[in-house]
Design a protein around this ligand. Structure first.
Ligand code: ADP
Ligand code: GLC
Length: 487
């Protein structure tokens, strides 16, 4: 694309500042790749309590945010750069909404005012542009938290943003931002948009639905998921709506930040390693076994899991088969937080079984160490828009065992017994049997077909999922949005 664009990139979480999942990884990396292509990108996110302001620059002009019947609220703004880049990131500071322990909720569940919090944030992002005299060509929203942006820019804020085209990326269709219709009076987009083709859903407001209707282009994070969300099985009630808008829907696979996820340079590891010298991987495995007080053995297949303990990730399936799997000569290491039943259940499994270890919590260092020290990586998701861990695993020569859905299906090539090629192991039905037998199949290949296993590892480690490639496709989508801009 010849024209260099002004891009506003808004997200509820951005790594390394605040992260609960892959959205943060994407929001921390894609803007940098766009910048490298010559575009002028600014990123905006909330200033959560966990983000220290000491390293940030405070802007002294206060930001007025109109909140309809609630009147105008005044926010502070901080600024810094995305690490190792020249991309400005702005933080919207409003103690009452964001000065809390969690991003979206706490042990009691989701915050009851997430509607106000993220409508406020979306409006603040637009007000920020005005304050900075930044005229976006593209407003890039991510997930339901910022999905009001396309509509806001065409209604309440049209005076200043009529020029902008909007793109909405769906990272996870399960979360749609479904609220009481009274928020229409805070949203201020006009009640005429409260209709079944835009915001209305079961007499409430569905922010993501409205965003899909109004964005000039909609993307999701793999091609397979772009197909899947048009079906009732994966559509979470919006499949019909998405089918109606399929002509502006694109699937773009996420890339990987190889500055962070690379076994050659990873500073969290006991030893680094590379394609031509894998000895460090053995050191990492030993280190992991020692850390988790498992038997230190080179020959036992070690299977890792890192992820949110939620239904999406297939934890129900794992819970059902884990005892059966642990009856075999394997080791399983798990890292995650999430649903309480799962935290208790897996902790108890680890307590009773000598060949299983579980760490409940969030630890970036441990996530890296599990990627490196494991032989295989388990990701039996029920749905997976893209999935990043399986792609990280490939770089670490840790072969993924996945369910063939969304980005898992797009990135993992099943082991072929005849040609002895592939980069992982896949199963199709979301059943206990399929998971159980696929894990044992992978274990068998590890035990009895060492050469084939090592060839797959080498193949996996050479694969490259670059943000530069993805950013070039986003450029095309921006162009599409621009050309199909709806006034
Ligand atoms: P999702 O966004 O659905 O959670 P992804 O695979 O896209 O799934 O991204 C998850 C990201 O969060 C990865 O970078 C992964 O390493 C990280 N992650 C998830 N759980 C933990 C945890 N308990 N500790 C450290 N990192 C975690
Ligand atoms: C979501 C999805 C995950 C994806 C991530 C980043 O959290 O669950 O599959 O990788 O967003 O796009």
């Amino acid at each position: 694309m010849d024209k260099k664009l002004n891009i506003l990139f808004a997200a509820a979480e951005v790594a390394p500042f605040a992260k609960t999942g892959g959205l943060a990884d994407v929001a921390g990396a894609l803007p940098k790749a766009l910048k490298k292509l010559g575009h002028h990108v600014i990123v905006v996110m909330p200033r959560y309590y966990s983000i220290a302001t000491s390293d940030l620059q405070k802007l002294y002009e206060p930001l007025g945010v109109p909140m309809g019947v609630m009147g105008e609220l005044w926010a502070g703004v901080y600024r810094t750069k995305l690490p190792q880049s020249d991309v400005d990131i702005y933080f919207i500071d409003y103690e009452h909404y964001f000065g809390r322990s969690g991003l979206y909720g706490d042990d009691e569940g989701s915050y009851h005012d997430n509607d106000n919090r993220f409508i406020f944030f979306s409006k603040a992002a637009l007000q920020l542009c005005k304050m900075l005299h930044f005229t976006p060509d593209i407003i890039h929203a991510n997930d339901w938290h910022t999905a009001a942006l396309p509509l806001l820019s065409k209604t309440r804020f049209v005076h200043d943003f009529a020029y902008a085209a909007s793109v909405l990326t769906i990272h996870n269709l399960q979360h749609q931002g479904h609220f009481y219709k009274g928020i229409m009076d805070i949203l201020e987009v006009g009640w005429e948009h409260f209709n079944p083709h835009e915001l209305e859903s079961f007499d409430g407001v569905n922010i993501l639905k409205g965003g899909i209707a109004q964005a000039d282009a909609v993307t999701t994070v793999s091609q397979k998921y772009a197909q899947e969300i048009q079906t009732p099985e994966f559509g979470f009630g919006l499949d019909g709506h998405i089918r109606a808008h399929h002509s502006k829907l694109f699937g773009i696979l996420n890339g990987v930040d190889y500055e962070e996820w690379n076994p050659m340079t990873d500073t969290y590891l006991a030893a680094n390693y590379e394609l031509n010298d894998m000895s460090g991987k053995g050191v990492c495995k030993k280190d992991l076994q020692e850390y988790f007080k498992l038997d230190v053995r080179e020959d036992v297949p070690l299977i890792g899991f890192v992820g949110r303990f939620v239904e999406q990730k297939g934890i129900g399936l794992i819970a059902t088969v884990i005892h059966g799997l642990l009856d075999h000569d394997i080791q399983i290491v798990m890292l995650g937080t999430g649903e309480k039943w799962a935290e208790h259940f897996f902790s108890e499994v680890a307590y009773f079984r000598h060949n299983c270890a579980v760490h409940i919590g969030y630890s970036n260092a441990l996530a890296h160490q599990i990627e490196a020290g494991s032989d295989m990586f388990l990701m039996p998701s029920l749905f997976e828009p893209c999935g990043l861990n399986q792609i990280y695993s490939l770089k670490y020569g840790t072969l993924p065992i996945v369910r063939a859905t969304g980005g898992l299906d797009d990135t993992i090539v099943n082991f072929d017994e005849h040609t002895e090629t592939g980069n992982g192991f896949k199963f199709y039905d979301a059943t206990n049997e399929a998971l159980y037998h696929t894990v044992l199949w992978a274990v068998d290949v590890y035990n009895t077909k060492k050469e084939a296993f090592e060839r797959m590892q080498r193949f996996a480690m050479q694969e490259h999922f670059s943000w530069e490639d993805s950013a070039k496709v986003y450029e095309k989508v921006y162009q599409f949005a621009w050309e199909h801009k709806r006034i």
